[in-house]
Design a protein around this ligand. Structure first.
Ligand code: SF4
Length: 114
């Protein structure tokens, strides 16, 4: 049998926020839609889950985790799938603009006026 006692433990502090989650003990199906759920039913379930998130003391940590991990499904940090996708897309656009502006500034260095 493999001795794992010397291996580093789980990085507990990265997950500790979950211990204070308002959704602990809440049925996870409130946060994750069944594949055939559409329309009003989906909107209603999502609104209920977001209500839980609004009172959650670790909402920011949850949202940051979901963005970092690119969680595709469910409500995390009070945001649904489409809202998180939009947030990530907006962040990528801003990042591209910033990198492009930085490149332009760098490319402009060293040039002298004619
Ligand atoms: S923000 Fe919402 S999904 Fe995240 S831990 Fe809190 S209650 Fe759960």
């Amino acid at each position: 049998m493999t001795d794992v006692s010397r291996l580093p433990g789980a990085i507990r502090h990265q997950w500790d926020w979950q211990l204070d989650a308002a959704c602990r003990g809440v049925d996870s199906s409130l946060f994750f839609h069944p594949s055939d759920e559409r329309g009003d039913a989906r909107q209603e379930r999502e609104e209920q889950s977001k209500r839980v998130c609004r009172s959650c003391p670790v909402r920011t940590a949850c949202l940051l985790h979901s963005l970092r991990a690119r969680e595709k499904f469910g409500v995390w940090g009070g945001l649904g799938e489409q809202e998180r996708r939009a947030l990530l897309a907006s962040r990528q656009r801003r990042g591209r603009r910033w990198r492009s502006a930085a490149r332009n500034r760098t490319a402009g260095r060293g040039r002298t006026a004619a």
